[in-house]
Design a binder for this molecule. Structure first.
Ligand code: CA
Ligand code: CA
Length: 401
């Protein structure tokens, strides 16, 4: 057969040496001849089929492993949320998952890039490892939060990007504070209330979830130049309310200059809202004086002089009575006598009065202390405290009747 000759000729090596003859022919000979163009020399059906199978497997495996490797069809940021990473009971981090859909059949391994953009400016960028099509991302608030509002979360991998919006609503832009006098354990104290104000936000923050990261720094300079300073964590004082109150002991009467700052530890150190100046207020603590009155003689006749002794005292350490006010009862009420005290301690002052007619007269005495003044934008204010009114009924009659 001519075909067999071709085979034989091709089995001769360069030296003309003949290889052992292959057995074969009939139906099997045609594919064998075809295969021999590809795999010359002494190949039989078995190895060839094996080779073809191996090639096919390699092709499939190669396809499996290399098609679309490193490429992605899609990337998705799954619903970002706030979390309490350090488990102190208050949220402090942004947390989300990223899901990658690879182009090929294998799962994606590699790196993506997270960019957090606020107000058109990148606040945070980081490379994020993706493993088995998935990445877990956690960013503390204080790494990216600059102000309140929407933040674009942009996650990019292999040329694909997903953007999600995350709303930050816990950035206070102003702090309000006020002071008022009250009594605590029968001592007069001044209460300071401080309240962060959240502005231009659609959603109000749940304060109890974040307020452990809010601190108030209270500074006070007393009337003698004494300095008081303390730091309050909002949660420690009032876990669920916006309002924080602190109590200051005003042992000295006089002006107390109080200033308040709020620190929001959830925002970047460079943010203008990291520390908010709550301003300054001048306040005082001044307890009212007390007054005692006696008079001589005890039996009062019309037209004769009666001497009233007024003894006042001010409980404040540096307080004293500055003046007394007397409404005589037999004189017009809208024109009281005002007596300035003559000594520096403001103790006893005597005043004489003559009743011209008989009758019972209600006399009202009060003492005013040396209340301090304070200064604000509208000028100086004197803050006298007035004692309770001491009322004495004097019966004026003719002796012997
Ligand atoms: Ca926390
Ligand atoms: Ca006083």
């Amino acid at each position: 057969m001519p075909d067999e000759e071709v085979v034989v000729a091709e089995t001769l090596d360069d030296d003309g040496r003949e290889y052992p003859r292959e057995s074969g022919g009939g139906l099997a000979s045609i594919p064998i001849i075809g295969a021999m163009f590809l795999f010359p020399r002494r190949l039989t059906a078995g190895p060839i089929i094996a080779a073809v199978v191996i090639l096919l497997i390699l092709g499939v495996v190669g396809f499996y492993f290399f098609y679309g490797a490193g490429e992605v069809n899609d990337v998705v940021i799954v619903q970002p949320e706030a979390r309490d990473t350090n488990e102190d009971g208050n949220i402090d981090s942004l947390w989300f998952e990223v899901h990658v859909t690879p182009r090929g059949v294998r799962s994606f391994e590699g790196e993506g890039t997270l960019d957090i953009v606020y107000d058109g400016k990148s606040e945070y960028t980081s490379d994020v490892k993706i493993s088995s099509d998935r990445a877990l991302v956690e960013v503390p608030f204080d790494r990216f939060v600059n102000g309140g509002g929407d933040y674009d979360l942009r996650f990019s991998v292999a040329g694909k990007t997903d953007t999600e919006v995350y709303h930050v609503n816990f950035v206070a832009e102003e702090v309000e504070f006020d002071t008022f006098k009250t009594t605590y354990m029968s001592e007069e104290v001044v209460n300071i209330s401080m309240e962060p104000k959240f502005m231009n936000l659609e959603r109000f923050p749940v304060i109890s979830q974040i307020n452990k990261h809010f601190r108030f720094i209270v500074n006070m300079v007393g009337p003698e130049g004494e300095v008081y300073s303390d730091t309050y964590t909002m949660r420690d004082l009032n876990p669920d309310n916006h309002r924080v109150s602190a109590t200051l002991d005003f042992s000295n009467m006089g002006n107390h200059t109080i200033s308040v700052e709020m620190e929001n530890l959830l925002v970047k150190a460079s943010s203008e809202y990291r520390t908010i100046d709550g301003g300054e207020k001048v306040r005082f603590l001044n307890r009212p004086p007390e007054i005692e009155v006696s008079y001589q003689p005890q039996k009062v006749r019309p037209g004769t002089e009666v001497t009233f002794s007024l003894t006042g005292a001010d409980p404040d350490e540096n307080g004293r009575v500055e003046y007394y006010t007397i409404i005589w009862g037999d004189l017009p009420e809208d024109d009281p006598d005002v007596l300035q005290t003559v000594n520096s301690t403001g103790t006893t002052t005597e005043v004489k009065h003559v009743f011209d007619s008989i009758g019972t007269f209600e006399i009202r005495f009060s003492a005013a202390d040396n209340g301090p003044f304070y200064q604000d934008g509208e000028g100086y204010h004197f803050l006298y405290e007035i004692s309770e009114t001491e009322i004495i009924d004097v019966e004026v009659k003719y002796l012997g009747r």
